[in-house]
Design a protein around this ligand. Structure first.
Ligand code: GLP
Length: 256
């Protein structure tokens, strides 16, 4: 396994390009371990999707081995479909429970679900940001990158000051989401996501991206202009609080 940390004259953030997915997953897990070693009760958010699966297996392994204590962490789910509950098969919260929260035995009291089924979801979304603030703000946000540049479900059109809120999902995003359930799930047209503005306030932000299929959107996010067309392009505003971890495929269209 090998990794290369690239330095760039115009770059404040850290860019690490790894040779394989196992190392990407281990480095992302290291960010979680370091955060909780420093601040056991830290508020953090981790993403859903294919990319973080390796990170979650590694975190569960570390917890089982007694190398990582997750018992005090405040886990804030990143995003979910509007109206969905953890009982719905196609719910990202349910996905998270299956993949991580249950195997890692994260105490239920420390898990904060995106209030997608609240009676007044607009007010509840604002309340979710207040809850994050109550726990001191996000100590760590690990995020992936959607094929259209979305972060969480901050779809194109999202800006760097956006709070946690309800968003419309693009047809391509709904199709991408349905693929997590073999294309059989009926994905709602709207979702609730932690806002890009809330994510950008995190003390440490780790972006993980894998595969050549994302190379173009990685290039647009890291080397293109800041634009609401590519929400990932705003992550650079975090400066040295941002760490980008890519595999060779995802990094293959970067110019430096
Ligand atoms: C999903 C999630 C995001 C995730 C992204 C990339 O729709 N809402 O949080 O980071 O899209 O997913 P993947 O890792 O499967 O490519």
């Amino acid at each position: 396994m090998a990794s290369e940390t690239r330095s760039g004259a115009t770059r404040d953030y850290t860019l690490t390009v790894v040779d394989d997915y196992a190392l990407l997953s281990a480095l992302a897990a290291d960010a979680v371990s370091e955060t909780l070693a420093q601040t056991p009760g830290a508020a953090l958010t981790l993403p859903t999707g294919d990319t973080p699966l390796g990170m979650y297996s590694e975190l569960v392994r570390r917890i089982d081995a007694g190398e990582l204590d997750f018992s005090q962490a405040q886990f804030f789910c990143l995003d979910d479909y509007l109206g969905s509950t953890p009982e719905d098969e196609a719910s990202l919260t349910r996905w998270l429970k299956t993949v991580f929260l249950d195997p890692a035995r994260v105490p239920e009291a420390n898990v904060h679900y995106v209030p997608t089924a609240a009676e007044d979801p607009v007010a509840a979304a604002a309340g979710y940001d207040r809850e994050i603030a109550h726990f001191g703000g996000l100590e760590l946000a690990v995020v992936g990158l959607g094929p259209n540049g979305h972060i969480g479900f901050n779809e194109p059109g999202s800006g760097p000051d956006d709070p946690t809120r309800i968003v419309d999902l693009q047809p391509a995003t709904r199709a991408q989401s349905a693929a997590y359930w073999d294309g059989k799930a009926d994905i709602p047209a709207q979702a609730m996501t932690i806002g890009l503005g809330t994510i950008l306030q995190a003390k440490r932000i780790v972006l993980i991206v894998s595969g050549e299929g994302k190379a173009e959107i990685v290039h647009a996010s890291l080397e293109g202009p800041e634009t609401t067309d590519v929400p990932g392009s705003f992550l650079r505003r975090a400066g040295d609080r941002l760490e980008v971890i890519l595999d060779q495929g995802a990094a293959s269209k970067l110019e430096m």
